[in-house]
Ligand binder design. Structure first.
Ligand SMILES: [Zn+2]
Length: 366
């Protein structure tokens, strides 16, 4: 759904990204504020109107950002790793495994976002009434205050993937001691909410407010789809918890004997497979990996030296034990990486993110 994103910095080690879709909304918000200031305050000059519009837009996006920072800080305080904050066209999201420490922390991490928006709404309302009520500065504060209140109200709606949905999920999880039930109820609620927004948006569009109507419909559709995906995750989570590495692993790449000469290894294994890595086996046990690069660096000096001299040690290679739970392996693997599967030091297979995805897709039933 999103295009590329740029990393604009890190705070407390948390990467902050801006999605390319965000640029459009930033321009649109600034432009519409500028147009509004020009119409309502005919006596201020174009430059001043633009400066005010940029100022109000900065407060607006600063508020969205603080909402996400609140989620991230709460997660960190609970000892949960935060992968990053990304600002996108309809706001932002913080990516963290917020369910890791049970329903209590999950509830708090979700609640602090809209609570921050609520507090910001109150702050900007106070700023608005304490500045010259007929001036554009007061109007800017008032506008940002309203946006924050709207953001708080919207995010408190009790359906996944909204913050309120995660709070509902955590609350049901806590009361019933059943995580799955919590996710299911919050997902159903999200699908209902998405449908309502979609229907309301279409009605609004038919009645003549095309822009607002389409906007609501798009948000409704997004919520519906995310909620449905969250329900699909329940099944996947259960299967991951039960599955073993053996179900998903593929045959290992051909092992290279450690005492083979580098020139022979280049001819028999590496040439034509320059981008690949081969496991190196010594006396039945894996001691590391050999790549075209590592073999060439040593082989250039002496091509008759054995493979073991050019090996990338096992400490720098991703390996999993054949008895490790698949859930844990998937978390370690991440996208686009692969790992060797070992059984007491002996090579038995290989596992890739792609193989896990195929396994997940292949056995899903509809
Ligand atoms: Zn939030």
């Amino acid at each position: 759904m999103f295009g590329r994103s740029w990393r604009i910095g890190t705070i407390w080690g948390i990467p902050v990204n801006i999605d390319s879709s965000w640029i459009w909304i930033a321009v649109l918000v600034t432009y519409s504020l500028w147009a509004q200031f020009n119409v309502e305050y005919g006596n201020i000059r174009g430059g001043t109107a633009l400066a005010l519009a940029v100022f109000a837009a900065a407060l607006f996006f600063g508020s969205v950002f603080l909402h996400e920072v609140a989620h991230a800080v709460a997660a960190r305080l609970h000892g949960i790793k935060v992968f990053g904050i990304t600002l996108v066209v309809f706001g932002g999201f913080t990516s963290a495994r917020s369910d890791e420490k049970g329903p209590g922390p999950a509830f708090v991490i979700s609640a602090v976002g809209p609570l921050t928006s609520l507090a910001l709404g109150a702050l900007f309302w106070v700023l608005s009434v304490s500045t010259d009520a007929s001036g554009p500065l007061s109007a800017s504060f008032g506008y940002v205050g309203w946006v924050n209140l709207l953001m708080a109200g919207f995010n408190f709606l009790p359906g996944l993937p909204l913050d309120g949905g995660r709070m509902l999920e955590a609350a049901v999880w806590r009361i019933s001691r059943n995580h799955e039930l919590g996710t299911r109820i919050a997902a159903w609620s999200g699908m209902g909410l998405g449908s309502l927004l979609l229907a309301g948006g279409l009605l609004q569009a038919i009645r003549g407010d095309l822009f607002l109507g389409l906007w609501l419909a798009i948000i409704g559709m997004f919520i519906f789809q995310s909620a449905r995906a969250a329900e699909g995750q329940i099944e996947l989570r259960r299967r991951l918890a039960q599955a073993t590495v053996t179900e998903v692993m593929e045959p290992p790449p051909p092992p290279v004997p450690a005492d083979l000469s580098l020139s022979e290894a280049l001819d028999r294994y590496l040439r034509g497979h320059e981008g690949e890595a081969f496991p190196v086996v010594d006396d039945g046990r894996v001691i590391g990996m050999l790549t075209f690069g590592s073999a060439r660096d040593v082989g250039m000096v002496d091509p008759l030296r054995p493979v073991r001299d050019a090996v990338i040690p096992l400490t720098q290679v991703l390996t999993v034990d054949v008895s490790e739970p698949l859930e844990q392996v998937v978390a370690r693997l991440g996208p686009g990486r692969s790992a060797l599967v070992l059984d007491d030091g002996r090579l038995v297979g290989a596992i890739t993110g792609g193989a896990v995805a195929r396994w997940a897709a292949g056995r899903r039933r509809f």
